[in-house]
Design a protein around this ligand. Structure first.
Ligand SMILES: N[C@@H](CCC(=O)N[C@@H](CS)C(=O)NCC(=O)O)C(=O)O
Length: 269
C-alpha cells in the first residue's frame, strides 16, 4: 500500500457505510472515520463526491499534503480498493469474481429497501431517530434538526420513495431476497461464494445488519434501535436462517470496532 492516507466519511446509522468500514478493517487498511450528521452532510458530500449526489460513504484519499481525491458510492469504493491496493482475498479476481459482484450488486438494491422499512418505522419516533442521527452533531445542529423536522422528514420520504405503495413493494422485494438467502444457505455453507470470506458476505451482512441487529454493531445493537426502528409486526422478519447467518458473520468476522463509533458514544448521544 503506498503511503496515502484514507478518510472515510460516514453516518453512524448507515449500513452502506458499514459495508466499507468493515471491508477496510478486513483488508487491514488503516483509515480515519469522520462521522457526519444527516442534512448537514449534504453540501460537503456533493462537493467531495463531484457527481451531483449527496450520498455517503465517501472515501478521501490523501496522496500527498496537497493532492487529494474522493470516491463516492460503496461499489465504486470497492472497485477503487481492488484497483489501487489489491489484490485482496476479500475481492477475488478469479472465476468467483462474477458471482461475488452479482450478489454485492443485488444486495445494494436490497439495502435501499432495508432503509425504506427502517425509516418508515423510525419516522414514528422522531426523538429517537434524531438522537441516532445526532451522535456526532453540535448542539446547534441538533436544535436545527428538531426545528426543521417536518421538512426534513418530507424530503427523506420523497427521496426514499416511501409512499404506501413504495413501502409495500420494498417489503415484497426484501422478502424475496431473504427467501433467496435462506435458500443459498440451506446446504450449510459458511460463505456465500467459494470457501472463504468475500465482499459478498460482507456486503450482504452489513446491508441486512439493521434487521439482524448484531451485538457487535454500535448502533444496530442498541435497545432503542431494536425497539423503535424495527418493523414490529413483520412475521417474515422473525428469526430465520438469513438473519442468524448475518449475526454469525458479525460474531466471527467483525472484530475491529469502527473507529470513533463505539457503543458507548452512540448510547450517550
Ligand atoms: N449506492 C450508494 C447508496 C448509499 C446510500 O444510500 N447512502 C445513504 C445512507 S445509508 C445516504 O447517504 N443518504 C443521504 C443522502 O443521499 O444524502 C452506495 O452504495 O454508497
Amino acid at each position: 500500500m503506498p503511503s496515502q492516507e484514507l478518510t472515510l466519511y460516514t453516518f453512524a446509522m448507515s449500513h452502506f457505510c458499514e459495508k466499507i468500514r468493515w471491508t477496510l478493517d478486513l483488508c487491514g487498511l488503516p483509515f480515519e472515520e469522520k462521522p457526519m450528521t444527516p442534512v448537514f452532510h449534504a453540501v460537503a458530500a456533493r462537493r467531495m463526491g463531484g457527481r451531483g449526489r449527496t450520498s455517503l460513504p465517501i472515501l478521501k484519499i490523501s496522496h500527498t499534503a496537497s493532492r487529494v481525491s474522493f470516491v463516492q458510492d460503496s461499489t465504486r469504493i470497492l472497485a477503487w480498493l481492488d484497483r489501487e491496493s489489491g489484490p485482496f482475498d476479500l475481492l477475488p479476481r478469479c472465476e468467483l469474481a462474477q458471482d461475488v459482484s452479482a450478489i454485492e450488486s443485488r444486495f445494494d438494491k436490497v439495502g435501499q429497501d432495508v432503509a425504506r422499512l427502517i425509516y418508515a418505522q423510525a419516522f414514528k419516533h422522531p426523538e429517537k431517530l434524531l438522537s441516532f442521527w445526532s451522535s456526532s452533531a453540535a448542539g446547534w445542529q441538533r436544535q436545527c434538526l428538531k426545528t426543521a423536522w417536518p421538512l426534513v422528514r418530507a424530503v427523506y420520504q420523497h427521496q426514499l420513495e416511501m409512499s404506501p405503495k413504495g413501502l409495500e413493494q420494498a417489503e415484497h422485494r426484501l422478502q424475496q431476497a431473504l427467501v433467496w438467502l435462506d435458500g443459498r444457505l440451506s446446504d450449510g455453507r459458511r460463505f456465500l461464494v467459494g470457501n472463504h470470506l468475500t465482499v459478498a458476505d460482507v456486503a450482504v451482512a452489513a446491508l441486512l445488519a439493521p434487521l439482524a441487529c448484531p451485538d457487535e454493531h454500535p448502533v444496530f445493537s442498541q435497545a432503542d434501535f431494536k425497539r423503535y426502528m424495527l418493523p414490529p409486526s413483520a412475521s417474515w422478519l422473525r428469526d430465520r436462517p438469513a438473519l442468524r447467518w448475518v449475526r454469525s458473520m458479525y460474531k466471527q468476522h467483525r472484530t475491529a470496532l469502527p473507529t470513533g463509533l463505539t457503543k458507548e458514544a452512540v448510547a450517550a448521544a
